[in-house]
Design a protein around this ligand. Structure first.
Ligand code: NAX
Ligand code: K
Length: 517
């Protein structure tokens, strides 16, 4: 699903109105009705419930007035708080304010002196608070009075539904330069706005509902798609049905080079991820002294022992062995648990320019490239790198805060500069491609911030490459499935108790859920 900026959305709205002749007031009516549907799903019964709606003078406020009318018609008690003088409501918002008044319904002016008290009183007796103050037309910062009101709303325990975007949040960046309404749900119109799918905006917005307001599909489905939110439908469309006459060779061979004496679990986790994601064959190559250990309990994978240092990490002598093993593999995944032993770093740096099969680089393979990211540009094969913010900061020579501040921008430019797929982990994983596309993954939860979680992801992505996915599709689908498995695991086991091995354990249920229509 395409992700838009405020300007892109405005342009789509404008074309719907001017080029297609859909009156703006119709779009507004549809928007309001869709919010009603979401409310009815949350509450099941609207009748007798108390709603407070904070209404700004722009079109977002106009949506709020449509919502007020439909709630009232359904038997709800509705209190409309206006943030501007009635005369300031123009066009479609003005139309809807007139209708509301003609229905004999009062409005309360919170822009006046006692406004703060009006909000306080309203919050004491409200089932749902609807934020229709600012939408995509918001820019800059709220004034002091609005800031006080927002803080009051956020401090109360009432359920908040934001109309289109929480007020105070920037639609393009997901940042709130001042206070912003913290919503439980955000109902956004037509397409997701960028600021709702990247952090901190995604958390501020709560559960996101993207609803159709009847915009012509030619406007919302653009051919040149620079930004996309990953959806179940998109991921499912990349999986081909398995042929009835299948053999393991069809589903590819993953070579995983991973592990060290102190980190054998990383290697096993990656191998399990690769197997559960459907690869035909998985070979796990590890320092030779831990080969018996990793082989035990990993019946479905083949294992291979590689030359090692005295400390039980991969040595430079493993280079030829790895290249030889690559000859019968479709993809190499390198990095989980290999350590940053100086000799292992040398091995990684010497190996990369010699590779002839696609490669997934993670963890210590990326740490080996700290200060040497030019080696990424010298890769001769399609590549995916899966850094977390710390690894990305070392690759780029920036602080972690600097990386987090500019996650989108840095993912996009790095992918282009290094000519490979960059998957930047963290809340809302971002995938950038050499062609300049950006994918944002909505699945996953904080429970996945646990040791081994990234290793499983590496295995899953490599597995998808082996099965014929393009590097972009493999990274995007890998992130989505991994996060989905994490969500299923958290539902059953809680975020706190979810382990990386649980992510792998929930992959079959994930595959079933995603691949079943
Ligand atoms: N244009 C359309 O066709 C549609 C628009 N819709 C709604 O319209 C919204 C966009 O409407 P608008 O462009 O009228 O803008 P908004 O309603 O988002 O808000 C703009 C108003 O807020 C004021 N404002 C902006 N920044 C401010 C600040 N920092 N402090 C105080 N006031 C500030 C502006 O002066 C303006 O009056 C969307 O978010 C959506 O909710 C929907 O009704 C669907 C159709
Ligand atoms: K809003």
């Amino acid at each position: 699903m395409r992700i838009v900026t405020a300007a892109e959305m405005r342009d789509i709205d404008r074309q719907a109105i001017e080029d297609y002749g859909i009156p703006g007031v119709v779009l507004m009516e549809n928007a309001g009705l869709r919010v009603i549907e979401v409310i009815q799903n949350i509450l099941s019964e609207v009748k007798g419930k108390v709603f407070t709606i904070l209404v700004g003078k722009g079109n977002n406020g106009g949506d709020g007035l449509v919502i007020a009318r439909h709630l009232f018609n359904r038997g709800a008690l509705v209190k409309v708080l206006l943030m501007a003088e009635p005369e300031e409501f123009m066009n479609d918002a003005g139309v809807n304010l007139t209708i509301w008044k003609k229905m004999g319904q009062p409005v309360y002016q919170v822009n006046k002196e006692n406004g703060i008290n009006l909000v306080k009183v309203a919050l004491l007796n409200t089932d749902i608070f609807i934020d229709a103050l600012f939408g995509t037309g918001f820019h800059g910062m709220v004034n002091e009075k609005v800031a006080r009101i927002i803080e009051l709303i956020n401090a109360s325990s009432v359920t908040v539904i934001a109309v289109d975007i929480p007020s105070g949040l920037e639609a393009d960046t997901g940042r709130a330069p001042g206070p912003s309404i913290k919503a439980n749900h955000t109902v956004t119109f037509g397409l997701p706005k960028l600021g709702l799918v990247v952090e901190p905006g995604a958390s501020i917005a709560g559960e996101l509902h993207v609803v159709d307001i009847s915009l012509p599909k030619y406007l919302t489905e653009s051919k040149a798609i620079p930004r996309q939110l990953l959806t179940k439908q998109l991921i499912a469309s990349w999986f081909k049905p398995r042929r009835s006459v299948s053999h393991k060779g069809i589903y590819g061979h993953v070579l995983l080079v991973a592990g060290s004496r102190d980190m054998s679990g990383a290697a096993r986790m990656a191998a399990r991820g690769a197997l559960r994601a459907g690869a035909g064959l998985v070979t796990l190559a590890v320092p030779q002294s831990i080969q018996p250990l990793v082989a035990a309990g990993l019946e479905e994978a083949m294992t291979k022992g590689l030359a090692e240092t005295e400390e039980g990490t991969l040595s430079t002598e493993a280079l030829e062995q790895i290249l030889e093993a690559c000859q019968s593999a479709d993809v190499l995944a390198l990095g989980p648990g290999i350590t940053t032993h100086p000799e292992t770093i040398d091995l990684v740096r010497n190996l990369l320019p010699k590779l002839t099969i696609p490669v997934v680089l993670d963890a210590d393979a990326l740490n080996a490239l700290a200060g040497a990211s030019h080696l990424l540009e010298q890769l001769q094969t399609p590549a995916i790198i899966t850094p977390h913010p710390g690894e990305m900061s070392r690759l780029l020579g920036l602080t972690i805060d600097e990386v987090q501040e500019e996650r989108l921008y840095l993912t996009g430019t790095s992918a282009k500069d290094w000519n490979l797929v960059v998957l930047l982990k963290g809340a809302k994983t971002i995938i950038g491609t050499p062609e300049g596309e950006i994918y944002i993954n909505p699945t996953g939860n904080p429970g996945m911030a646990t040791g081994g979680s990234g290793d499983a992801l590496t295995g899953i992505i490599a597995s998808l490459v082996a099965q014929g996915f393009s590097p972009t599709q493999a990274a995007a689908a890998g992130a989505y499935l991994h996060g989905y498995a994490g969500d299923l695991a958290a539902q059953e086991l809680s975020e706190v108790s979810t382990l990386a091995s649980d992510l792998v354990r929930f992959l079959p249920a994930t595959m079933k859920a995603v691949l079943t229509k």
